[in-house]
Each structure stands twice: as structure tokens, then as C-alpha cells.
Write a protein that binds this ligand. Structure first.
Ligand SMILES: [Zn+2]
Length: 161
């Protein structure tokens, strides 16, 4: 099983690559990938005291898969967004791949995420505020985009206090 040492760090070229969709035939593998994601997130939480979601490419699994665990685990296979609000908001974002750096970004306040669940069933979920920002952050990982690339300006970086 993958552990914290498998988490890719800022600068790793894989973090800048676009991930491939998960195929239905790969569903048995998804269960293994989710165990890896779950385990690494658990270790991050223990070490850094943050972490609500992780994207598969952060472990070098180049697939369009997001694992989130706030109250309960939820997996998003091949997610897509719709109904992105025109209203935006600014916040200091963070990332497990550079745990001490905060980056000020602008995100859509609301969106709907359409995805497949672990049973390959289509799901949709309307989210706002911090969940909206979290899912935009994780979705970006699937396209090889880090929040450093979305910094509002040159001064939108700070060390975690
Ligand atoms: Zn991240």
C-alpha cells in the first residue's frame, strides 16, 4: 500500500500531466487506488493536521479520480463540472504536495459536480463555498494544474503560519 513517502512533491513532472479517464473495466483497480489514497490522507492528517481530499495523480496514479473524506469517504470518478457560478471568491489555498505553502486564488462560489460513483452510477452534487473550492482544487490536479499556477498575483504566496 502507498504511504506518505509516495506523495508527489511540488516540482515533480507528473503533477503537471493531464490524467486519463478511468475505464469501466478498471473499476476493480479503483478499490485499490482508493485504499492508497485513503491511507496517504490519513498519514497527512496525522502529520500536518489538514487534508480533506486528495487526487489520484498526487500518488502518481494518472487517472481522473478524487478521494474526499470529510464526514464520510466519497469517491469521484471522471468528474466534470457544470453550472459554474459567475460569482467568484478569493481564499488562501493549500495542497498536500506542498504542505507549508499557502496560495491566494480565486474560485467559483458554486458549481455542480457530475461524476461516477464506485458502482459506476452517474451522480451529481451541487456544492458551494469551501466544498466548491476544494473540488476545483482537486479537479485541477486531474488536468495537471496546481494552485501555484492560479495565484492571483506575484504576492499571493505565504508560508503557513
Ligand atoms: Zn492539491
Amino acid at each position: 500500500m502507498k504511504s506518505l513517502t509516495d506523495l508527489l512533491q511540488l516540482g515533480n513532472p507528473l503533477l503537471y500531466e493531464v490524467c486519463e479517464p478511468v475505464l469501466q473495466s478498471e473499476l476493480p483497480l479503483v478499490a485499490d487506488w482508493v485504499l492508497d489514497l485513503e491511507n496517504v490522507m490519513k498519514e497527512i492528517r496525522a502529520k500536518y493536521n489538514f487534508g480533506r481530499a486528495i487526487a489520484a495523480p498526487q500518488l502518481g496514479i494518472m487517472k481522473r479520480l478524487i478521494y474526499m473524506n470529510i464526514d464520510k469517504p466519497i469517491i469521484f470518478i471522471n468528474p466534470e463540472f457544470s453550472d459554474l457560478s459567475t460569482e467568484m471568491f478569493e481564499l488562501w489555498d493549500d495542497c498536500m504536495s506542498f504542505p507549508n505553502l499557502l496560495v491566494k486564488v480565486k474560485r467559483h462560489k458554486q458549481l455542480t459536480i457530475n461524476y461516477l460513483d464506485e458502482n459506476w452510477k452517474t451522480q451529481e452534487w451541487k456544492v458551494s463555498d469551501d466544498l466548491s473550492e476544494l473540488l476545483q482544487h482537486e479537479y485541477d490536479h486531474l488536468d495537471g494544474i496546481l494552485c501555484t499556477m492560479r495565484a492571483i498575483d506575484d504576492k499571493s504566496f505565504k508560508w503557513r503560519p
